[in-house]
Structure formats: C-alpha cells, structure tokens
Design a protein around this ligand. Structure first.
Ligand SMILES: [Zn+2]
Length: 435
C-alpha cells in the first residue's frame, strides 16, 4: 500500500496544533499503571548523520529495536524512550515485531519533506507525523518537547502494531480502534529513564473528556455507529473509547482485538465479547468520560504536571484556568533563576478577560484587570516588593467577592465570578497549588 496515512491530524482539520490557539485542554486523571523500566536497553552512542544530499544536522542512535534519526531532539534519549515503549507495547499487544524499526524526527517541515522525498514518498501535505508504506515513521518537531514525544509515541504505536500484527487481507479496522489505541498509549510521561502514564494530562492535543462528553450528549450521539466505524466521530472520542476499554475491560478489549484482527467485524466482536449493542453501554461510557474531566483548562500550551506541581515553560503569555470554582486557592510560585512575569488569576472568563496578581521581573507587583481588545486596566499601581524567588498567594471567595492575600497580608477585595487560574510569561516557573 502506498503512502499509508496513519495519522489524521492534518491540514484539513481544525488546527489544534498551533501554539497560539487557545485550546481548552482537559486531561485525564490517571492513577497507577505505571511502567517502571529503569533497565530499558540503552542506545549506542549517537553520531551525526544528515539526510543524504543535505547538510548534516541530525543525529542517529541505534538501540536494540530502533534506529532513530533525530533533529532538534536528543536521538539517544528518544531511542531509550522507544525501548521502554517497546517493552510496554509488547506487554499490551502480547507480541512484538522483529527487526529494527526506523523513526525519523525532523526539525522543520522542509526537512521532513526532504526526508520523505529521499525515501520515495510525496510531500504529505499538512500531516505532522505518519507511518509510511516502508513502515518508517516520519515526523516534525512539535511546539513543545512534550508534544513531540507524544507524537513520536503515537506514531511508534502505529508502527509497532502494523509490524507485530500484520493486517490480514480484507480486514478493515475502524478509525477509533487504531487511532484510539495510538492516542491512549502515547499519552505518557518520559523522565529520561521511565515511561509512565500521566497522573494528570495537562499538555496539548486533548480536550477529550469535556469535548467527548459534550459531543456524546449532543444530537450526533450514536455509539453503535462509532463502534462499527460507519460514521465519523470526533478524534477525542477515539481516545476515550480505547481508554475506556483498556482501563475498565482490558481482557475483553484484548479478546475483541483478536477477533477483529482475524477478520470479524467490530460490531460483531463487541456483541460477542462486551455483550449487547453498544447502545446499551452509553450510560457507562459517558459516566466514565465524565469522571475523567480535569480541574484545569490549558488555555495556552506551556503547562505540564511535574512531581506534584504545575510547571510552566512560557515564551509568551500562557494561561492555565480552573474549571471549578473552589472557595479558596493557595498558590506558591517559584521562579528560580528565570526572570519573567508570573501571576495568579481570579475572575477568569476568557483569555482576554480576567484579573490577576502579577509579579513582574523587576521585583514589582501589580493587580491588573485585562479587558477584551488588549486593554489593561490597572487596579493597584505596581509596588516594589523585592526580587523574591517565591511568592505566596491566597485567594478566598464567596458571594461574588474574592479576598486576595499575598505573603500573609491582605491586598484587597475584588469582584469575581469565581474562576481562578495561573499565568506565566517569558519564564520557567513552578506553581504549587492547593487545594
Ligand atoms: Zn495516528
């Protein structure tokens, strides 16, 4: 098969890949199912390797099962991550491919196209990562290292599955099945030695739980059509369905997978293994999706969960907004060495309309209310509080008012509709938030 496009996220769809798009991202709370594999095979020393005919700009790393070519990310680190993924995928699918698998990461779209053309494939249009007919993964660097890793893993799942479980003639897999498995297995954190399912999925690509829930409750809801693949449904649904089955019914999911791989239609295998029509599962599926909704909306792509804290790496203004409206929120902000602007948001209603206590890089603090049209209304003139590496903010709200405390002192009482958030701009900062 020529030009097998395994990834649908492309130019023809609503772009959720741009850094400026205020995606309302909701992750999912995952506990357990960690993969602790400190002994994953290490890769051989990397060496420079260019795309033939081009200036050398990337590195190649060889590991037990992978041959990685990487520009803009560490080839050795990527190979180590893929070896950990290999062990996880072998356990998940119950088998594994033989031979080395090739994964190519290119620093720019231009380099990505050059790499594909070099191997005899056409320009893939807007695709950002794909598995080609030669079973080699090609992908572009994404807006953040976390998203790049997620895309590498997403494509690596397709590659692993296609090689470990070759598709039999005439077998058509529903879109949710292949994309959902890839999305589900790719949403993992890599710390250099271990690949673990995320405790809280903050970073981009997914506004799944809320989006899926809203869609399920809408007029297009048709679970039987989703399962059989007879109607398209939104990509967050792929992930939600695969995850629901993998987490709640791993044995049945595996059995269903085997029947489908052997040529049975998905809806038949569902009836046989899950029991009943998919319609009878709507209630449980929706309850599951609802239970995954996160307290945070990632308004801008700069946030990640790290060791119990929330970390921002923000070149430009980045917002993380809460969905719930708690009575209070305590935040300790650590900026470390980085000099940028950080803040705690209250009365958030949109990226253009919120109030915040902002700590400026020159050691001053101010309270700003931003209104749409880019105009800033200053509520409290900036005051010098000194160049502190830490700031403590305590917000208490009720009855349409919020009391703002900074480092123990009351700053003021302001109107609010109840939504809190975090802010970072031009810096790396860590936020410890409670509750
Ligand atoms: Zn895909």
């Amino acid at each position: 098969m020529k030009n097998t496009r395994m990834n649908k996220r492309g130019s023809g769809k609503k772009s959720r890949n741009t850094a400026t798009f205020p995606s309302l991202v909701l992750g999912s709370l995952l506990i357990g199912l960690c993969i602790f594999l400190p002994a994953c095979a290490s890769s051989e020393a990397s060496k420079a390797l260019g795309v033939p005919g081009e200036a050398s700009s990337g590195k190649k790393a060889l590991s037990q099962h992978y041959e990685v070519y990487a520009e803009g990310v560490d080839a050795d680190d990527t190979a180590r991550m893929l070896e950990c993924f290999f062990q996880y995928a072998t356990e998940f699918f119950g088998r594994s491919p033989t031979g080395k698998m090739r994964v190519n990461v290119f620093a720019s779209r231009e380099r990505y196209v050059q790499g594909l053309v070099r191997d005899g494939f056409p320009d893939p249009g807007g695709f950002y990562g794909q598995l080609q007919a030669n079973m080699v993964v090609y992908l572009l660097l994404q807006r953040t290292p976390d998203v790049t890793r997620e895309v590498i893993l997403h494509e690596a799942v397709h590659q692993f599955y296609a090689l470990a479980v070759p598709k039999k003639p005439g077998v058509v897999l529903p879109w949710w099945f292949s994309e959902g498995m890839s999305d589900y297995m790719a949403k993992r954190d890599w710390d250099g030695t271990r690949l673990r399912e995320r405790e809280v999925q903050l970073i981009a690509l997914e506004e799944e739980p809320q989006f899926t829930r809203d869609w399920l409750m809408g007029p297009n809801m048709d679970l039987p059509a989703m399962v059989s693949g007879s109607k398209p449904f939104p990509s967050p649904g792929h992930w939600a369905m695969a995850r629901f089955l993998a987490e709640r019914y791993p044995d049945r999911f595996r059995d269903m997978r085997k029947l489908v791989e052997d040529g049975m239609k998905m809806e038949e295998s569902w009836g046989l293994i899950m029991g009943g029509s998919p319609d009878e599962w709507v209630g449980e599926f929706m309850a599951y999706v609802r239970s995954q909704v996160q307290p945070w909306w990632v308004v801008s792509h700069a946030w990640r969960q790290k060791e119990g804290a929330i970390e921002a790496v923000a070149d430009s203004a980045a917002i993380l907004a809460r969905q719930d409206k708690p009575d209070e929120m305590r935040v300790v902000i650590s900026t470390g060495e980085s000099k940028g602007s950080v803040g705690v948001i209250f009365d958030y209603s949109s990226p253009d309309d919120f109030s915040m206590i902002q700590f400026l890089p020159d050691g001053r603090m101010q309270i700003v209310s931003r209104k749409s049209g880019g105009k800033n209304r200053i509520l409290v003139e900036p005051v010098r509080i000194g160049d502190q590496p830490r700031h403590r903010v305590h917000l208490i709200q009720g009855g349409g008012k919020v009391r703002v405390r900074v480092d123990g002192g009351v700053l003021g009482v302001y109107d609010t509709q109840g939504r809190f958030g975090l802010y970072a701009e031009g810096c790396k900062a860590k936020f410890n938030v409670s509750p």
